[in-house]
Write a protein that binds this ligand. Structure first.
Ligand SMILES: [Zn+2]
Length: 351
């Protein structure tokens, strides 16, 4: 368990929404918890009571991956939790498969629109139609250039070219654009869109001042630190700096905000959690800087520095992306320099 976890306040205690059921967490805001076929075994989705174009109904926030179990779970919710009203729109916080996977099915099922940031919409469409960043040859070459040289692992990365499309086989053909700073009316209350960077290209969190609620998506999670990775398609990126700057933007929200995260339980303690995440990454950056000062290192060399546990291939690819992200923050800040060694692997050394 995260040692900081006990410092956060979970107002619902151990309560979870049952399978096929919802739990009201604020007036008109209902929590759905769906299973996921990964080590991260669930995702939280939200139903917001809404009125759109004079019609009563619901807005769905996030969708789960495309799989039969998730569709069946949704059908149970539709049958028992919607008070006989339709879904009026689908809002997606960002383009990762567990969030956008079933948007195509939900939007077709209810003949309703998808609302999402433009960057994440197009990234989802490109990845759904032609994977560019989560597997395949490009990803294998990127990992090799960062020191993952084991041929069997690289073959598995190559073989995962359809990793994203398997979980997101389609994306709705049209969308309505959400941007940071937008205020949208949901059920007669204004909800503020807050853009966030570093986890996906343009993540949108939703804050309702009247309810004191933040739908934080993956930008602030209570127990795990958000994945922040460099991907092959943008190999010189500095997503960790973008992520840390983004969560600082959330400090202007009230301290008693009820945070509704995509994984874990609703909690109070947003500012404390932001402090914890900064401290966590500061420690990791210090460790990486010290390791590279001792001996120039690649991202693969940083895996045992950053992760003190055995990693399977899936976890290794995530961990490699994270290791490059930590190296790049130090490199872009001028604290490390990088060079290619005789094997063509990027190594980072004290500046
Ligand atoms: Zn995500």
């Amino acid at each position: 368990m995260n040692p900081f976890d006990i410092q956060l306040h979970y107002p619902l205690g151990e309560q979870l929404p049952g399978p096929g059921a919802t739990l009201e967490v604020a007036p008109g805001v209902r929590w759905i918890r769906m299973g996921l076929p990964f080590a991260l075994d669930h995702i939280n989705l939200w139903l917001l009571r809404d009125r759109l174009g004079g019609q009563e109904g619901w807005t769905v926030v996030d969708c789960c991956v495309t799989r039969d179990e998730a569709k069946a779970h949704w059908e149970q919710i539709f049958a028992t939790e919607l008070e006989g009203l339709p879904v009026l729109r689908v809002i997606v916080t960002h383009m990762h498969p567990d969030h956008i996977g079933l948007a195509h099915w939900l939007c077709a099922r209810w003949q309703c629109p998808l609302w999402i940031s433009a960057t994440d919409y197009y990234t989802a469409r490109i990845n759904s139609e032609n994977d560019i960043s989560f597997g395949g040859e490009g990803a294998a070459r990127f990992f090799a250039a960062h020191g993952l040289t084991d041929a069997a692992s690289l073959d598995k990365v190559r073989a995962r070219a359809t990793y994203y499309a398997d979980m997101v086989p389609a994306v709705p053909a049209q969308f309505r654009r959400l941007m940071g700073g937008d205020s949208i009316d949901i059920g007669g209350r204004p909800w503020h869109c807050i853009s966030g960077y570093g986890h996906s290209h343009e993540h949108i969190a939703l804050h309702c001042d009247a309810l004191g609620v933040l739908v934080s998506g993956d930008m602030v999670l209570p127990r795990i630190s958000t994945n922040v990775s460099v991907h092959s398609v943008e190999p010189e990126a500095d997503p960790l700096k973008a992520f840390l700057d983004s969560i600082d933007q959330l400090r202007r929200l009230p301290t008693d905000t009820l945070v509704l995260p995509s994984h874990g339980k609703p909690f109070i303690g947003l500012h404390l959690r932001i402090d914890q995440l900064h401290a966590h990454h500061r420690d990791r950056l210090d460790d990486v800087l010290a390791a590279c000062a001792r001996k120039p290192g690649s991202a693969a060399d940083m895996l045992p520095v950053l992760f003190q546990r055995p990693l399977d291939l899936h976890q290794t690819t995530f961990a490699m992306g994270e290791a490059v992200a930590h190296l790049h923050t130090l490199w872009h800040a001028g604290k490390l320099r990088r060079f290619r060694d005789g094997e063509g692997v990027w190594r980072f050394a004290g500046a």
